[in-house]
Design a protein around this ligand. Sequence first.
Ligand code: ADP
Ligand code: MG
Length: 706
Amino acid sequence: MISLSQPLAELDWIPRAKLTALRRLEIETAEDLLTHFPRRYEDRSEFAPFPREESELPILLCGEVVNTRLVRFGGWKKIFEATLQDANSNALSQPLVLRWFNLHYVQKMIATGQRLVVFGKPRLRGKRLCMEHPEFEVIENDDDISVHFRRITPIYPATEGLPQRVFRSLIYRVLEELALDSVPTLLPKGVNLGTREHALHEIHFPTSQAEREAARQHLVFAEFFGMQMLIASRRSAASSRSGQAHCGPGELLEKFRRGLAFDLTDAQARVIEELRRDLASRHPMNRLLQGDVGSGKTVVAIAAMLLAVEAGFQSALMAPTQILAEQHYAVLCRWLEPLGVRLALRTATRQEESGALPLFDQSLKRKPRSAVSQLAVSGSRSDTAHIVIGTHALLYEGVSFENLGLVVIDEQHKFGVSQRARLTAREPAPDVLVMTATPIPRTLTMTVYGDLDVSIIDEMPSNRGKIVTAVRDPSKLGEVLSFMRERLEAGRQAYIVYPLIDESEKLESKAAAAEFEAWRERLRPFSCELLHGRVPGPEKQAVMERFRRGQTSALIATSVIEVGVDVPNATIMLIENAERFGLAQLHQLRGRIGRGEHKSYCILLSAEKSPETVAKLAVLEKTSDGFQVAEADWDMRGPGDLLGTAQSGLPELKLGNLKTDSQIMRQARAAAVAILEKDPGLEAPDNQRFRRLIVEERGRTFSNVS
Ligand code: ADP
Ligand code: MG
């Protein structure tokens, strides 16, 4: 008997070469093997009678090879032909000719006298009925028939070095020999979806489509439940960490609020109250703040940081790019220095970027580059500053905090899970606020951010001009240009965004330079500047700052401007080759305009007319609501792309689909939360079987910020 956790290497009937191939697929144990689920199924429950005519539908036949031959033509080209005869009926039924062109290996696999099962479309070729390049399997014995045919047959994801049949036979045998008592059912009480053992049988070798669906329900529930148990346990572990209250009385916040040129939106005020409650509690805060681009998350973050500062703690604000960190620093200096708040900026510096950041410390501007100093510092020393702003440099070398009370992570989807954990794993636990402008459909929030509390800013500041989005063919560039010039003449500014054509440094700068020249010509006499990833850091800041001050009319840029850049007077965005960007990214880009009171215009240039592209770009014309864009994106591309891979930190789902199975996810979540609330240590006899679910596997982590 085989137990579920048994390493396959212990089974003496699996040849070593196959074990190696399995290992490449990360299949080591019986359980790994049995959770390598079929990609699809073929209903092979019945063989068709031998055909007499052509058919548009592929059919499944079983017969005997009575003849093979190799036909050469045109020099080295070959056709291999095998004649298949109906083994059951009389010799009068017409034989079928199977044909393969230039497929050497087929010739080696098929010989006269063999029984074959073939799947393909019968076609008339001259007078003969043929099947060209059919799928086929050779039947070696009657067991083969019972495993591979006369049933709903599983087809597995491509497995190099392991043909379908071999793989299928392996699974078949392991299932046959599986010790029943080694398969615990990992569903919560009250969920009646049969045993796991039965589900595993039925998912691989279904006795009917209905049974297969039932098995899928069981296994998806189990998969989601395992995930939710892990998330829920992380959450309860995080909230039981020793924490401190980090909330001052709010006078500083009140001063800040009165100094603002605008009133907070109701949504902002509501979220600030949510944060205040969390900060005042001794439990460490783990909160996700979602708000569409431009909804005003920064102000909310500042409010929280001021509460912490007033209580005598330092706050850190971490941004994903240097541009963004610099921008935050500039904004915070303007708003907070008058209130007596000390600020420091810390950004990672690559070799070419090392040295001072000229915008903020003129005296350092001419200092020679230092290869030693990898950190650029502006403002106060970080251990004496009230608020330290930075990129992921904050995570590394020698950034010391005196008493860190609050960590704010901006555009958190740009960070990996482990990076976050690094900043937040100190003792005592700081409060943590992560912010994202990527609207996330609810089912995803429950998984990817399942261990966080969620606040949502669902309201835009009222002073915002509308954004009109239009898709245009490049042949209309002339009209677009005159429109742009009109806006520029009215004093507005423009972004022109083009996708990276090539990742290589040389080609990229070349492409950028060419684009830049072209645009300078087109927009003359308005001033243009160029911004892309290869522009050295300090220069990047300078370019950005000139644009911010309105000294530059148009910024020709790659998607480096995607995140967080805030220039209210920029009201035009033209995106070239818009089809090359994803929906979510286009929405982010578009969020750079529509930030002031003027009406804004986003022009998506694209020559591509494929239905997918047209549909994708039409979404943006239709709505400027980030949630709707995200839903559409999800429909079109699936959650993997929506989230990016680096930051989700989730184990890959093997079976469940976050969108179509969202109902099951909700149930699984409720069950997991209920169990852990009652029995956090999983002490109850009936709960002990769940302990294995919350063991961290292979260092995978969820979005825990603990
Ligand atoms: P995001 O949520 O995309 O990070 P920001 O925090 O950068 O947005 O805010 C975008 C702009 O809106 C900033 O210029 C900010 O000062 C401004 N802003 C924030 N809140 C309000 C408000 N309640 N009314 C008007 N403008 C606001
Ligand atoms: Mg922002």
